[in-house]
Ligand binder design. Structure first.
Ligand SMILES: Nc1nc2c(c(=O)[nH]1)N[C@H]1C(S)=C(S)[C@@H](COP(=O)(O)OP(=O)(O)OC[C@H]3O[C@@H](n4cnc5c(=O)[nH]c(N)nc54)[C@H](O)[C@@H]3O)O[C@H]1N2
Ligand SMILES: Nc1nc2c(c(=O)[nH]1)N[C@H]1C(S)=C(S)[C@@H](COP(=O)(O)OP(=O)(O)OC[C@H]3O[C@@H](n4cnc5c(=O)[nH]c(N)nc54)[C@H](O)[C@@H]3O)O[C@H]1N2
Ligand SMILES: [Mo]
Length: 733
């Protein structure tokens, strides 16, 4: 894609009708000035769903300014949110459907503009042909990190009768941690911000810069109230610096660290034995397992000093305690799910479960699921997804049996093998980024061998779209109705502008396609507003128009009353029995579900790939920065490029000195699997000796995904081990 300077962007923005002074004078002569009005949108720059509210001023269909939507529970805008107007009015936007005219493999696909009618007809014909010839499973539906389109694609896949539905969350992201939560707690639970009753708080590998800004304010306020903080993070981040105790385990050693802390708690009789006896399963086995993790042995494995392990255990016992685990990185190593499970046993050992100041078990309004951003069972038809007949047709059934059991999204990490074996023939993508994967060329090669592929996106992406047959222009956050923002029982509906060019909302694209390949009555006649209204009407008083008329106020839908110890009276289980939603009905130290599929029942420690003489550094490939999101906030929002315009890698001062590397030097990173990748060195204490960290999402000779071992995955989740890579570094001559 063409690179744009900030000046070029500003020039292009000012050339848009009604923003340019020259046009507006002309317009005034013939037409009255377009009316000014206030609109409401939801930011999607980091996809920390549900995301932050934006209020904007528009004149006619042009947005002239944005500001915080102060009635929205999430109303702090960060640098990424602030620069979304540059993305909206970026002259490189994809605004029309395009089809390729050159064969796959050609250097230039030869994109030409087509009508929506031609695009839909071609796509539908290919989907239906593959369904008839190879079965519905051969048509794969995929959504990238964009969470917002997902409910409509779920529905499309369901009525198309294809369970081959995957997302970036089934390839990577947080569902690995969520699996750990499901195994220990029986349901997703990534903790909560500390309340006034919280005496000790554990930040588990969660990056401040990856959180909505309000989270950090809550941590600072808790600290000021006297709440003690323990941060478990390999790097010395802001969250580590605010901590009373910072535990910095080597990558992928958290199960050992947790076992070491658990051993101290048990030996010093600090655990909550009555709670454990009544509400947990497998404690005796876990206690026996952790006995080998003496503070000294735990130090040897994790690098965390033995006295800090003991001090952390004693501090943790001074609860009530709670935690945040919104991280993805903890689950992105070859023992990721078990490392996460290990840490998640610490609140269970103390009985900090659903008590004031402890770990709440939230009860969202019935049916609303955080993971899918407003996805409602009535919209998704969860019964269909979870039926044995549909589950049996999943392509990941034998590869990842535990994942398959717990999740309704298919893991797509074996896409190349499925294409090779003729299992997938057509690819339908919304916001698809081939560079989320280790060795992206392997995936691109597979895409080139499909019968047909299309993707919707804000921009044309040279890597991801190289093997697409059609690309479709997606409307941006300011231009769409769907989905609504959801914050507990609070619902934020939008008041958008009309899409620029011929862009369409993702929901509209999925629903309109559904009308063609299936029946309009299943797809709200292709209208996203009707779909939203349908979801809202599942609740007493829910109504799209009513909620929109109430803006800027946020509307509320009925939700269960909050309360504590919900496990005592059956509020956590669908069958209404006391306990938790695991196979044992209790909180699981030992997971019968994991054991049922041949995995260890306990969250065991397993060593990471060893470093060697030739590859003597560990590369953490993907730590978040405040102004970068994945692959997308580069030339899309050029203001952010001014802050950082190429791949930067942190290196510890000791390592830098030993290698004669200075701040700003160009370094080359090589692994057994690829490289060299070029980066600028930042000499910083944020990383420990022997470890460097990078962002992913930079392209070409800065693309760190080429350094990864595609075969090294967590056997429970199938997730790639983004944070575990042995590499070599050298200063570029
Ligand atoms: N090495 C390494 N790899 C990783 C990770 C890591 O930490 N390290 N993290 C993993 C994680 S957690 C994630 S979430 C993924 C990132 O997931 P990706 O899927 O790479 O996410 P993005 O780069 O945000 O977006 C992908 C594409 O969607 C387009 N897009 C954005 N919003 C929309 C929309 O609303 N509609 C449409 N149609 N298109 C849209 C963007 O323009 C972009 O081309 O990467 C994973 N890969
Ligand atoms: N600005 C910004 N915000 C984002 C995103 C973005 O790209 N940019 N992406 C969004 C998405 S999709 C996601 S999934 C989240 C990700 O959010 P996070 O996972 O919180 O962010 P990361 O920086 O990848 O990792 C968090 C921390 O884990 C530590 N860590 C890594 N490996 C280990 C380990 O093995 N053990 C321990 N103890 N610590 C470890 C890292 O040092 C890092 O500080 O952020 C979301 N928010
Ligand atoms: Mo993610």
């Amino acid at each position: 894609m063409q690179k744009l300077s900030r000046r070029q962007i500003l020039k292009a923005i000012s050339a848009l009708p009604a923003v340019s002074p020259a046009t507006s004078v002309l317009a005034q002569a013939s037409n009255p000035q377009p009316q000014e009005w206030t609109g409401f949108a939801i930011c999607d720059s980091c996809n920390h769903v549900p995301s932050c509210g934006i209020q904007f001023q528009a004149q006619g269909n042009n947005i002239i300014s944005i500001q915080n939507w102060k009635e929205n529970p999430r109303h702090w805008l960060c640098s990424k949110g602030m620069s979304t107007l540059q993305r909206l009015y970026n002259p490189n936007r994809l605004l029309y459907p395009m089809k390729r005219t050159a064969p796959k493999g050609a250097a230039d696909p030869g994109w030409v503009r087509i009508t929506w009618d031609e695009a839909y007809k071609t796509i539908a014909a290919n989907m239906l042909a593959a369904k008839k010839k190879y079965g519905p499973e051969s048509v794969m539906f995929y959504a990238g990190d964009p969470k917002e389109p997902r409910p409509s694609i779920y529905r499309l896949a369901r009525y198309f009768d294809s369970p081959t539905w995957a997302t970036e969350s089934s390839a990577a992201c947080r569902s690995g941690c969520m699996m750990a939560e499901q195994l220990n707690f029986g349901q997703p639970n990534n903790g909560a911000t500390p309340t006034k009753d919280t005496k000790v708080y554990m930040i588990m590998a969660t990056n401040v810069w990856a959180q909505p800004l309000g989270w950090w304010e809550a941590i600072k306020a808790a600290k000021a109230r006297g709440c003690k903080i323990i941060t478990v993070d390999t790097r010395r981040t802001k969250a580590a610096e605010i901590a009373d105790i910072h535990l910095a385990p080597a990558i992928g050693t958290d199960a050992a660290l947790a076992a070491g802390i658990a051993r101290v708690l048990i030996k010093e009789n600090l655990i909550n034995k009555p709670f454990i006896d009544q509400w947990t399963h497998g404690f005796e086995e876990y206690a026996k397992y952790v006995d080998q993790f003496t503070p000294e042995k735990t130090q040897e494995i994790t690098g965390v000093p033995a006295d800090k392990i003991v001090a952390a255990a004693r501090l943790w016992a001074q609860g009530p305690g709670s935690f945040t685990l919104t991280t993805q990185s903890l689950s992105h190593n070859s023992n990721g799910v078990n490392n996460t499970r290990g840490l998640l046993l610490l609140p269970i050992l103390m009985g900090y479960i659903d008590i004031p100041g402890g770990v709440p078990f939230g009860q969202p309004p019935k049916g609303l699921s955080m993971a899918a951003f407003g996805l409602h069972p009535a919209m998704a038809d969860k019964k269909w997804w979870n039926s044995p007949e549909v589950k049996a047709r999943r392509l990941d059934k034998d590869e990842l049996p535990l994942w398959h059991d717990l999740q309704d999204q298919t893991s797509p990490n074996n896409l190349p093998e499925w294409v090779r074996d003729g299992k997938v023939k057509v690819f339908c993508g919304w916001g698809f980024n081939v560079n989320i994967w280790p060795q992206p060329d392997v995936y691109n090669d597979a895409l080139s061998k499909l019968d047909f592929a299309f993707a919707t996106d804000y921009f044309h992406r040279k890597d991801s779209h190289r093997n697409m047959d059609i690309i479709l222009p997606a409307a941006m956050n300011y231009e769409r109705h769907a989905p609504f923002g959801w914050y507990g029982p609070n619902i934020a509906v939008r008041k958008p502008i009309k899409p620029l060019g011929e862009a369409k909302e993702d929901w509209r694209i999925a629903l309109e396609l559904g009308c063609i390949v299936d029946k309009p009555e299943h797809f709200f006649d292709g209208d996203p507003e009707k779909a939203l209204d349908f979801i809202l009407h599942q609740y007493e008083g829910g109504d799209l128009v009513k909620f929109r008329n109430a803006l800027p106020q946020i509307s509320r839908i009925p939700a269960p009353k909050p309360g504590f110890k919900k496990y005592e009276d059956g509020r956590l289980r669908p069958d209404g029995k006391p306990g938790f939603n695991t196979l044992s009905g209790k909180l699981d130290f030992f997971s019968d579900r994991a054991a049922k599929f041949g995995y260890p029942g306990l969250p065991v420690y397993k060593p990471m790939t060893e470093l060697s003489k030739d590859f003597d550094f560990r590369l953490m490939n993907g730590s978040r920065k405040p102004y970068i999101t994945h692959s997308k906030t580069r030339t899309d929002q050029p203001y952010l490029m001014e802050i950082e315009d190429c791949l930067h890698v942190n290196i510890n001062p000791k390592d830098a000195e030993a290698r004669g590397i200075k701040e700003g030097d160009t370094i080359l990173i090589t692994s057994p699997y690829g490289g060299p990748v070029e980066a600028k060195a930042v000499v910083s204490l944020i990383v420990p000796v022997g470890t460097i960290d990078a962002q992913y999402g930079w392209l070409d000779n800065q693309n760190t995904q080429k350094l990864m071992n595609r075969g090294n995955r967590d056997p429970l989740s199938g997730y790639p081990s983004y944070f575990e890579n042995p590499v070599r570094i050298e200063k570029k001559a």
